[in-house]
Ligand binder design. Structure first.
Ligand code: ADP
Ligand code: ADP
Length: 224
């Protein structure tokens, strides 16, 4: 069974704006799916609904067999969300930021796990530094470490390389590649074709609240 199943999903915001106009999509466990589309396409709305942060209009979204609306807690526990920017206290240390994030999800402390996450993301040497002392790339990696701290099965990355330089973009792609080796299902939004091409197994093209096509990456690149 797919780990995420989306059936005829629509979303109309309070101001009457139709952000999603009927999305059907199944996401398989262990895959990397890129949602590719221009600004305003509906990408963030879609992942916010799957993560249970925004209510769907009509339709149904299931995560690992749980309804995201009726069973919010069960689905939230399975999901890690990497937002675009750090919103946490910049005077806090890397170690505390990441280990507190596990607590937020009601999980017991697990220093050995936090250590391995920080090592995997090349943040171990910076564990006692405060966030404000980190480079842009390190801050992005802290966002990922926070999302991994409660051991999610699905990781959402919202525009992981928006506004970063080419070197940092490559670094992020390598990080995502290593996460896949650990079996995490990854869904990312992007407006860079090269990013979808570089890291995704499948690409969903979204525009004007519609999913125009979903293709294996190779098939898509032949069409473009
Ligand atoms: P919902 O239908 O989920 O209740 P609302 O339409 O009430 O969503 O809006 C949720 C929040 O998003 C509100 O705080 C609103 O101010 C804010 N918001 C309104 N318009 C926009 C927009 N164009 N982009 C981002 N956020 C917006
Ligand atoms: P993307 O992530 O692809 O840039 P979004 O899902 O953020 O797209 O936004 C899709 C459209 O919905 C945009 O036109 C945006 O202004 C609008 N929108 C987003 N959030 C809200 C909101 N809370 N209320 C009203 N409109 C919104």
């Amino acid at each position: 069974a797919p780990i995420v199943s989306i059936d005829r999903l629509t979303k109309t915001y309070g101001n009457g704006f139709e952000a999603l106009k009927g999305i059907d999509l199944d996401i398989e466990e262990g895959e990397i799916l890129a949602l590719l589309g221009p600004n305003g396409a509906g990408k963030t709305t879609l992942i916010s609904i799957i993560c249970g942060l925004v209510n769907p209009g009509s339709g149904k979204v299931m995560v690992a067999g749980h309804d995201v609306v009726k069973d919010f807690r069960a689905t939230r526990a399975l999901i890690g969300l990497v937002p675009q920017e750090l919103t946490t206290d910049m005077f806090e240390t890397v170690w505390n930021t990441v280990s507190f994030s596990r607590g937020v999800h009601g999980k017991k402390p697990d220093p050995a796990l936090i250590e391995s996450i920080l090592k995997d993301l090349s943040l171990w040497e910076k564990k006692d530094n405060t966030l404000r002392e980190l480079s842009g790339g390190m801050k992005r990696r802290v966002l990922i470490a926070k999302a991994l701290a409660h051991e999610p099965k699905i990781l959402f990355l919202d525009e992981p390389t928006a506004g970063v330089d080419v070197n940092l973009r490559r670094e992020m792609w390598q990080v995502v590649e290593r996460l896949r080796e650990n079996g995490v299902t990854i869904i990312l939004t992007t407006h860079y074709i090269e990013e979808a091409e570089e890291i995704a197994d499948r690409v969903g093209v979204i525009n004007g609240g519609r999913l125009l096509l979903v293709e294996e990456k190779r098939a898509l690149m032949q069409k473009l």
